[in-house]
Design a protein around this ligand. Sequence first.
Ligand SMILES: Nc1ncnc2c1ncn2[C@@H]1O[C@H](COP(=O)(O)OP(=O)(O)O)[C@@H](O)[C@H]1O
Ligand SMILES: [Mg+2]
Length: 370
Amino acid sequence: MIKLEGVTKKFPGMEKPAVDDLNLEIKKGDVCVLVGPSGCGKTTTMKMINRIYEPTEGSIYIDGKDALKMNPIKLRLDIGYVIQEIGLFPHMTIEDNVSTVPKEKKWPKDKAMKQVNEMLTLVGLDPEIYGKRYPSALSGGQRQRVGVARAMVSDPPIMLMDEPFGAVDPITRAKLQNEFLRIQERIGKTIVFVTHDIDEAIKMGDTIAVMREGRLIQHDTPSDLLSSPADEFVSNLVGRNRSIKRLHLIRIHEILGEFDRPTPATEDMALHEVKKRIDESDIRSVMIVDRDNKLKGIIGINDLKRKTGAVAADIMQELDQSVTSDATLNDALSVMLEVGEGYVAVVNEDDQYQGTITLGDLLNVVKEEG
Ligand SMILES: Nc1ncnc2c1ncn2[C@@H]1O[C@H](COP(=O)(O)OP(=O)(O)O)[C@@H](O)[C@H]1O
Ligand SMILES: [Mg+2]
């Protein structure tokens, strides 16, 4: 789908090329992550694919066609581009921000609006609520979602994403990553994703291209990169704790079925029943759900001892955090460390309870994989 052949970029006055004889092939529907230290040429590579920069040497093919012979304006309209939040126009509403490409493509207004609304919904922003707001009225995470919606709105086959989730806190970042992977499963775009964070690369990539000083050092699947780094630079980049890094490669739903956890209790369940559930459990607590199986809280053995009430809802504690089942084991670990508990509840997209993951479960996985 995207093929770079001997691509070199020299900027005037620079001694070394920013990108040096790069050969890289990205398959249709794959996410290829460019990773490497700051200044190694990731952004330059990306900007040559949509011809913001012209290569000094080499060829770029998109779908077998010579990209350097295409009309660059047209080419860019068919390549979604997401960058850190600076990408949004502050004086334009969210709706207008997302409809810039449809406008340039001169789509009829109703077709554009329908698509804009669909995209905002897809990234989890209700168009009724957010459409008429300005970027400054949104959180960092929400602005990033708008950026993604804008890049996807004209359904381009290719997306370029340059550190798209770099500007938000780690938990929001993990959420955005998971949401994006969920969307990608559905839309199957060919994506070039830039990051300097190897953990993000391992999580997001079907393949990872490690760059250093303008050169491609290794292009492999995350699993191969971890098990057989091409040289010392790559092995330092992936770091010492490779078995822990594998937690990035495993999604919670892949292991959730393996554990015997108590059935959750309902909010209206009598406390002696709740106690029975806890006694059956190896984690000395039980999750509380409502009639739709939505997660409401947790009751631990100490809550039963210290508090009084008739039913579960009277004494349950709210949960600070949960994770979705398509999050990685590493996301689960991050949440446990953040809230300082040895477990985390797992829910689906509708907040319905799916199970519980404990620190012990993660240790077992690391041991097995190690
Ligand atoms: N427009 C430009 N003019 C001159 N030098 C540039 C330009 N853009 C990038 N560079 C240089 O090219 C090298 C690679 O930069 P870049 O591709 O932005 O790296 P990365 O995205 O990996 O951090 C750096 O040394 C940078 O200073
Ligand atoms: Mg960059």
